[in-house]
Design a protein around this ligand. Structure first.
Ligand code: CA
Ligand code: CA
Length: 283
């Protein structure tokens, strides 16, 4: 009997705890999109704003590379009291025939500098992996010769995309692999009529890819109370044992190792995170 009472009390405590810490609609975060002309076109942005009910401040400047955008980053992101930034640069860095070209190692170093500044200022980062290039229309405006050794402009762009992925992993930040999302379609070339800027259908793919990782900015914090603690552990564990059902956003937050599954590895990692033996994505 005593055991039964204890079990009932502990269940009640857990239930009350979850009620108190239910996912709340917090204030809208300030989101800045920092990038080049691909960012500047607001079609992707409208899609995200409509789907997600967030407002995005667009800081896309045509022709910018990580090098040329460095001067404005502090002002437009760090000093703008942004909560979240999407960093989307690389296409112009890879323009090896032009002055704005940034060598690969410098590109990586610039991305690290952006991310380090964000981490120091408490700004959450989604690093957008640069979209692919369609060689034929691109080469109507560029000298093909310097791209030859890379198998064409998209061959070189692929190295920049890979470099961005590596920096994201190294710095433990969320990344949206927009490049891979396009390459996974049956024919990515139809989404880039001028070789680099997505058309409407392309921007939908772009936006969907960013949205698919957006909740990872709060990974582990399943109940959305701003902390990763035992309540999140309980939710993740109960979801695994199917005594509660998480919504899609909560499922993304609960998938701590980002493998597309909500299972025992995730709730163990949540526990480790609040005991300080595991570093969550974004930290
Ligand atoms: Ca929490
Ligand atoms: Ca998982």
């Amino acid at each position: 009997m005593k055991r039964l009472v204890c079990a009932l009390i502990s269940s009640l405590v857990i239930l009350c705890g979850m009620q108190i810490f239910a996912l709340s609609e917090s204030e809208k975060p300030k989101v800045v999109a920092f990038g080049d002309s691909i960012t500047a076109a607001d079609k992707w942005q409208k899609y995200i704003e409509q789907e997600y009910g967030i407002d995005i401040i667009n800081r896309g400047v045509g022709g910018d590379s990580t090098h040329t955008a460095m001067a404005r980053f502090r002002q437009e992101v760090i000093y703008s009291s942004a909560d979240i930034v999407f960093i989307s640069l690389g296409t112009n860095d890879a323009a090896i025939d032009m002055e704005k070209h940034t060598p690969l190692e410098e590109y990586k170093e610039n991305l690290r500098r952006f991310i380090d500044q964000c981490k120091n200022a408490g700004v959450k980062v989604i690093l957008n992996i640069p979209t692919p290039i369609v060689d034929e229309p691109y080469l109507t405006r560029h000298d093909p010769e310097p791209f030859l050794e890379y198998g064409g402009p998209n061959g070189l762009l692929a190295l920049y995309a890979q470099a961005a992925r590596e920096v994201a992993v190294e710095k433990n930040v969320v990344y949206a692999d927009i490049n891979a999302a396009f390459l996974a379609t049956d024919d990515y070339t139809k989404y880039f009529p001028d070789g680099i800027h997505p058309n409407d259908a392309g921007y939908k793919i772009y936006a969907e890819c960013v949205l698919s990782v957006y909740e990872r900015l709060w990974i582990g914090d399943i109940n959305g109370d701003g902390n990763v603690n035992q309540y999140d552990y309980i939710l993740a564990r109960r979801a695994y044992f199917e005594t509660i059902v998480l919504d899609e956003k909560q499922k993304t937050r609960a998938d701590v190792n980002c493998d597309g599954k909500n299972d025992q590895y995730d709730y163990v990692l949540i526990k480790r995170a609040y005991f300080g033996t595991y570093t969550l994505l974004g930290n």
